[in-house]
Design a protein around this ligand. Structure first.
Ligand code: HSE
Length: 438
């Protein structure tokens, strides 16, 4: 059988890994795919770098167009990143009848609906395993392995940079700003570090997973996104004293009212496996009604781990290239998607969660009674409470309160009332908590 002819757009970290792994495991991969997978053309701005990786064995060009318009190419692998050039390249490749493999989560979260519609019309595959959690085959698991299930919720550590930062903050008691630089030096970070630290990268990945889980078209503007740049190591320490770890989680769940899609720092019980995913590693917990909770763990970034996902997609394309589109796995796993507004995405004020509150108040009689009264008036039940002894020269103390589940609107109203108490020093810190047990 003829080899699958691949055109590569971008031969940086992931593209280089893809080239190397395809060469190294050529025979094994061909044995799985049923035929050879061959990179026949590479487009990259840096021709010297491309030459040093490919050793003169592949045609090189600086023109994206030369790859997406090459009649000899069956599948285009898009590893350019960003929205502008990448979107143009992907749509052009599709229009030219080529299958597409992409690692571009931002592109899919924002323009996935348009890209999948174009691909559907042309009868071509758009595969994107590498877009979410790097080397972890979470897309395969969600689209195929869990096909029997009604997915109830999923929660993931899906950004390695922030998980590395949080791990260092906890282990070394360092401030956020002190560890950011190190994470960037290690090369996990996005080109724009705010995408990592403000939770945007995680939100892109969460939107894609939620789309598959709930048959929901992409609606990235409705994903609630809060990063870790304002997180204080003091809160990580207090959470730990109470038996919790703080992780940047992407959470999506169905409720009777709609669907929650949110990224934010989250307290989770330290005894959960996912609470112990440290450093730059990723993990996704998925709860299906039949299978129960399942956990997927591995490297969420890096050259060969991400290449592993890209090549798995190429193997799928090699097998399914000539299949009727109806026999292929649908882009977001479902033949009929929900109408965009059928699954109401809940505004953050309407979600339900348990909460961690940290406040600083004068250590004098009646203060605690005032605070608990405010919570009780709003039907907010306290789960645990801790007061730190004031230092010798201070008359205010840190108080930490963990609540049972309530609506976010209630907790926000309570915080406004607590902040009006004369005994209060500064603002209340609020973090959400998830049990992740059922
Ligand atoms: N910046 C991402 C991370 C890389 O830190 O996980 C892969 O998407």
């Amino acid at each position: 059988m003829e080899s699958l002819k691949v055109g590569l757009l971008g031969i940086g970290t992931v593209g280089g890994g893809t080239y190397t792994v395809l060469q190294r495991n050529q025979a094994e991969i061909a044995n799985r795919a049923g035929r050879q997978i061959e990179i026949v053309k590479v487009a990259d701005r840096d021709l010297a770098r491309a030459e040093s990786i490919t050793g003169g064995k592949v045609a090189l060009t600086q023109s994206i167009d030369e790859v997406v318009s090459d009649p000899n190419i069956d599948v285009v692998v898009e590893l350019i990143g960003g929205y502008t050039l990448a979107k143009e390249a992907v749509l052009k490749a599709i229009a030219n009848g080529k299958h597409v493999v992409t690692a571009n989560k931002a592109l899919l979260a924002l323009h996935g609906n348009e890209i999948f519609a174009a691909a559907q019309q042309q009868g071509v595959i758009v595969a994107y395993e590498a877009a979410v959690a790097g080397g972890i085959p979470i897309i395969k698991a969600l689209r195929e392995g869990l096909a029997a299930n009604r997915i109830e919720w999923l929660a993931g550590i899906i950004n390695g940079t922030t998980n590395f930062i949080l791990t260092e903050m906890r282990d070394k008691g360092l401030a956020f700003a002190d560890v950011l630089g190190e994470a960037q030096r290690l090369g996990y970070a996005e080109a724009d570090p705010t995408f990592d630290v403000e939770g945007i990268d995680a939100a892109h990945k969460l939107m894609i997973m939620a789309g598959i889980a709930f048959a929901m078209p992409m609606q990235f503007d409705k994903v609630y996104t809060e990063g870790i740049s304002k997180l204080e190591s003091k809160d990580i320490r207090y959470a730990e004293e109470l038996g919790y770890r703080v992780k940047l989680l992407g959470i999506s769940k169905r409720s009777e009212q709609g669907v929650e899609i949110r990224v934010h720092p989250t307290l989770i019980p330290e005894k959960r496996l996912i609470a112990n995913v440290d450093g730059a590693m990723n993990a996704v917990l998925v709860k299906g009604d039949a299978v129960g909770p399942t956990l997927y763990y591995g490297a969420g970034a890096g050259s060969e781990p991400t290449a592993s996902a890209v090549i798995a997609d190429l193997v799928d394309v090699a097998r399914m290239q000539h299949a009727n589109s109806a026999q292929r796995v649908p882009y977001l796993a479902h033949h009929q998607m929900q109408a965009a507004d059928a699954l109401h995405i809940l505004p953050i004020e309407q979600i339900h969660s348990a909460y961690y509150l940290r406040l600083r108040a004068l250590d004098k009689p009646g203060v605690m009674a005032d605070i608990t009264k405010i919570l009780a008036e709003r039907q907010i039940s306290i789960d645990a409470m801790m007061q730190k002894e004031p230092l010798d020269n201070e008359d205010a103390a840190d108080i930490v309160i963990l609540t049972h589940i309530t609506q976010e609107k209630n907790i926000n109203q309570a915080i406004v009332a607590i902040e009006q108490l004369s005994a209060l020093d500064g603002q209340v810190v609020k973090l959400r908590m998830e049990a992740l047990s059922r």
